[in-house]
Design a protein around this ligand. Structure first.
Ligand code: M6R
Length: 365
């Protein structure tokens, strides 16, 4: 059942090229169009939306943060990404001109369901992004965008996340095209980047030995800090959650620019820092943040694009991911972070598929 893998999590990490391919299948026809058959939103509906809320929990929320960035960038609609258990108790300013996007792998998470019902009561249209056909979220939503990740068994979410990201790109391009806020050339560029993702993920997976070695060298870490800017910050949050959830190592994600506002005090000789460097327009800024921590003795592993070789001079180790447009980099950057968490947890002898205190589907509020 684990297909020769030691754990479901490793199997699911390795299934990502297929999961991403299946989620894109049939949705990227030639030309600039995006085909989302299960979504009935008309051009008119799309043009009337004046605010979008994205609500979800855990990993799905982290996918929502990338969704917020992309939808605002492409469709120029203000987006708030919210943790479901916070959203429902803060009397959000949702109305009939809002679109609420709920993201849930299982489609059964209690807080997400409650948040969705709250938004619906306030008159919002609901679009669900879920992996389970016929789940509660799918049944109660107005529109459904399925991720085709296949069953995810491990408690730690991996292939659901990457397919949720892909769904965010599809939606952002669709909304951008309908509202005329992106050019067809730009949409085609992004579509071509999306089509290449599956192969690029495979390339990273083919090199997992490198990540395993780094995990073996660092698994005794007491604290790990993940740093990034922009989309890299959202991916950092997912990398940090993955690590703490299965390896029980304390870890935190920080927007790299926030370091000097407090966190820098925690960096000492030997502190492990994972720095994400995939956003070309933020490269120089990231480099100075890396300097801030290496000066204080941090051990830095960077996750960077292949073409950024000069980063080697600034850090201790580098995990390279294939070059890509910076918009889609989260889908690639998260793969080494999943592998790092996995191999560190294995090295520590943890029960990777069933971490203590956690359940796959959280059906209590
Ligand atoms: O089924 P859902 O996507 O609604 O689940 C949401 C979270 O409970 C889930 O992503 C959780 O954070 C994972 N264990 C993270 O790996």
């Amino acid at each position: 059942e684990k297909g020769g893998y030691q754990h479901f999590m490793l199997k699911e990490i390795n299934e990502q090229p297929k999961a991403v391919r299946d989620t894109l299948a049939g949705r990227l026809p030639d030309g600039s169009d995006v085909k989302l058959d299960d979504i009935k939103l008309s051009a008119d509906d799309i043009n009337k939306i004046n605010k979008i809320f994205i609500v979800a929990c855990g990993t799905a929320y982290h996918a929502g943060l990338v969704g917020k960035n992309l939808i605002e960038r492409l469709a120029k609609i203000p987006v708030e990404a919210d943790i479901a258990s916070e959203f429902r108790y803060r009397d959000p300013l949702v109305d009939e001109h809002s679109l609420t996007i709920v993201i849930s792998q299982s489609g059964e998470t209690a807080d997400t369901l409650a948040a969705m019902r709250e938004a619906k009561k306030k008159g919002s249209r609901i679009l669900a992004v879920t992996n389970v056909v016929g789940s509660s979220v799918a049944r109660e939503a107005d529109d459904v965008l399925y991720t085709w990740a296949g069953p995810e068994i491990a408690v730690a979410s991996t292939k659901a996340y990457t397919t949720q990201l892909v769904s965010m790109y599809l939606l952002a391009i669709k909304l951008g095209l309908e509202r005329g806020t992106i050019t067809e050339d730009y949409a085609e560029m992004l579509k071509s980047e999306l089509r290449q993702l599956s192969e690029k993920i495979q390339k990273i997976l083919d090199n997992q030995d490198t990540v395993q070695k780094l995990a073996d060298n660092n698994y005794t870490a007491k604290d790990v800090f993940f740093l990034g800017r922009g989309l890299d910050y959202s991916v950092s949050m997912e990398g940090s959650l993955k690590l703490k959830e299965i390896s029980y190592i304390h870890s935190e994600a920080y927007a790299a620019g926030e370091l000097k506002h407090g966190t820098l005090a925690l960096i000492e000789n030997g502190t492990l820092v994972i720095a994400l460097v995939t956003q070309k327009h933020l490269y120089d800024k990231m480099l100075s943040n890396i300097k801030e921590v290496t000066t204080r003795g941090a051990h830095v592993i960077a996750v960077a694009l292949e073409s950024m070789r000069e980063i080697e001079k600034a850090v201790d180790d580098v995990i390279y991911i294939p070059d890509c447009a910076e918009e889609v980099a989260p889908v690639l950057a998260v793969i080494p972070l999943q592998l790092l968490a996995y191999y560190m947890a294995v090295a520590r002898g943890c029960d990777v598929d069933k971490p203590r205190n956690l359940a796959k589907s959280v059906t209590v509020e």
